[in-house]
Design a protein around this ligand. Structure first.
Ligand code: SF4
Length: 389
């Protein structure tokens, strides 16, 4: 990976142009396309990427919504608001709360759900997840999970209950930075996380999502890492649909500052490079990015978007408020009104704390309107999943 990253830094204009002209790219070509030299060819890359996306995916954007089940977590990940040691307001939604949140999303039009939870075996047990999936399965043709990694045998009941997708961000492909960022909890194990998509595939998940979190290691290094990972998964988990997300760090509790910077133009270049390298891989853009940039990236190769998102459990309906508690260094402290700056008072937050601040605060309707104005159709239901179910 290091040599490909060096290649990406040192590529000249001629090599970048040569790679751009190919119909089938190698990882070396991908490195050329994310080079500073290729940045000068962005317009050309954008045109090719746009044409390839329309040819493979049509003019549609698949819509999904994250539903946060719990913000309890046993890990300390320095860049995450849910880190164990952050003194935030926490809650795990009951089954009834989850159904209420899902109903609110269904009324907005969504049919693809991403169930998200921190890693906490006590609050987010496998049985809890299974019950949530089983309760939603009838109404939701697409249910994906973004939860703590598990053994294959533990994934199987979740697939049987109706989940079909698994998203796991490696966060960073740099082992040294990974060790620095993950200071406590099971997430410290880099390899266990890296091998998660294969365990999920072996358990029967047929939609796999991967990504680094941009803002930790150099973005070109991360891009090479996730491209190599995707290349491997496409060859070894070939029955699955693969998606690559493009999350950049956002402000959150703990006030972690990004270690590296990735510009909007870098992000646009990366979208094009992913599309040209992986013509059939879905590219996911969340509400971490502001409205204007999201609109600009759609024609370049994005195929899947979230909208109207909340990153706090209960954020869509206020469900679970009565069970919110405060934690101090991982210990639950009963919440007394006015007892802390986080306590729910008329002036302060009344919901659990979110994982990070979103940047695009438009409603799902507003985002869908914008997608239509750009000439695309927002697709709420994952027809492939429905047909293969
Ligand atoms: S990134 Fe995930 S594992 Fe880490 S603290 Fe946040 S919720 Fe927990």
């Amino acid at each position: 990976m290091q040599s490909l990253t060096q290649k990406a830094q040192a590529t000249g204009a001629a090599a970048a142009r040569e790679s751009l002209a190919k119909s089938k790219l190698s990882l070396g070509d991908f490195a050329h396309l994310i080079s500073p030299a290729a940045a000068e060819l962005l317009e050309h890359m954008g045109r090719r990427s746009h044409a390839m996306t329309q040819q493979r995916f049509g003019k549609v954007i698949r819509m999904f919504a994250p539903l946060y089940l719990s913000n309890e977590c046993v890990n300390n990940c320095q860049y995450c608001g849910f880190s164990r040691d952050n003194p935030i307001l926490r809650v795990t939604l009951s089954l009834e709360d989850v159904k209420r949140e899902a109903q609110a999303l269904k009324e907005q039009g969504f049919r693809n759900l991403l169930l998200v939870a921190g890693e906490h075996p006590k609050f987010v047990s496998n049985n809890y997840l299974k019950d949530c999936i089983a309760a939603l399965h009838y109404d939701w043709p697409g249910i994906s999970l973004e939860v703590g990694p598990m053994e294959t045998a533990d994934y199987r009941p979740l697939v049987e209950a109706g989940a079909d997708g698994l998203v796991v961000y490696q966060e960073t492909y740099d082992r040294k930075i990974y060790a620095d960022m993950h200071t406590a909890g099971p997430k410290r194990n880099f390899d266990w996380r890296l091998e998660t998509p294969e365990r999920a595939y072996a358990a029967g998940f047929r939609r796999l999502g991967i990504s680094p979190l941009y803002g930790l290691a150099d973005w070109r290094f991360e891009a090479v890492g996730v491209a190599a990972h995707a290349d491997y998964l496409l060859r070894n988990c070939w029955k699955a649909q693969l998606t690559i997300s493009l999350p950049r760090l956002r402000p959150c509790a703990g006030e972690f500052q990004p270690l590296t910077h990735m510009t909007d133009r870098d992000l646009a270049q990366l979208v094009c490079a992913f599309r040209l390298m992986f013509p059939d891989v879905g590219l996911v853009l969340s509400t971490r990015e502001p409205a204007k940039l999201r609109a600009g990236l759609i024609p370049l190769g994005i195929t899947m978007m979230s909208a109207g998102s909340h990153t706090e459990p209960g954020g869509y309906t206020g469900a679970g408020k009565e069970k919110i508690h405060h934690t101090e260094r991982g210990r639950i402290v009963e919440l007394a009104s006015g007892a802390s700056e986080w306590a729910p008072t008329p002036e302060h937050a009344t919901n659990a704390t979110g994982q990070f601040q979103i940047a695009d605060e438009r409603s799902a309707d507003e985002v869908a309107d914008l997608i239509r104005r750009l000439g695309y159709e927002p697709v709420w239901k994952d027809w492939d999943a429905a047909l293969t179910a």
